[in-house]
Design a protein around this ligand. Structure first.
Ligand SMILES: CC(C)(COP(=O)(O)OP(=O)(O)OC[C@H]1O[C@@H](n2cnc3c(N)ncnc32)[C@H](O)[C@@H]1OP(=O)(O)O)[C@@H](O)C(=O)NCCC(=O)NCCS
Length: 135
């Protein structure tokens, strides 16, 4: 119970910091989403912490909806960008997929998002705004 409340408060603060991000809009930043994240069984949500606060989040989603290929997404707190957090989280997600013996990872990148460079560096191949990495 205590851990659950702590999780809700941490995510609430993180959502406040990232809400309105031009390139990250996978779900509404509300309590319903926070509860879904904390209760998720198959889909993976992971966090990077600094001083007991969430500064980054990555996710592999889609399994719970029946998709075979998970969709990757990530966001770093605006004050913590360009320090390698994002690259590190992407590497962790790829490792997690390898462990789970996934064959592919999917993601979408909005036009003009500099994050595309990061994904290209990690071997994603793009068709339009959809990137696929084959493992
Ligand atoms: C994309 C993102 C997660 C990268 O995290 P990060 O911790 O800043 O990344 P790193 O420090 O590991 O690497 C920086 C790389 O991220 C990319 N990048 C994307 N947006 C960036 C931003 N606003 N500031 C800095 N780098 C950014 C660049 O490709 C940069 O690589 P470069 O060396 O080619 O310039 C982060 O910028 C972010 O949260 N952006 C907004 C949300 C988003 O776009 N998510 C991805 C949706 S597909």
């Amino acid at each position: 119970m205590f851990e659950e409340i702590k999780g809700i408060l941490l995510l609430k603060r993180f959502f406040k910091a990232i809400k309105g991000d031009k390139y990250f809009h996978p779900f509404p930043f509300n309590l319903k989403t926070i509860v879904k994240i904390l209760k998720s069984k198959e889909d993976i949500y992971r966090f990077t912490f600094f001083n007991n606060e969430i500064v980054g989040m990555w996710m592999l989603r889609g399994w719970e909806e029946g998709y075979k290929i998970p969709s990757f997404g990530m966001i770093v707190h605006p004050d913590f960008r360009s320090r390698g957090v994002g690259s590190n989280m992407l590497k962790m997600a790829i490792k997690a997929c390898e462990k789970l013996k996934c064959k592919k990872i999917r993601l979408t990148v909005d036009k003009g998002n500099p994050a595309k460079r990061l994904y290209l560096r990690e071997g994603f191949k793009f068709k339009g705004n959809v990137g696929i990495k084959t493992l």
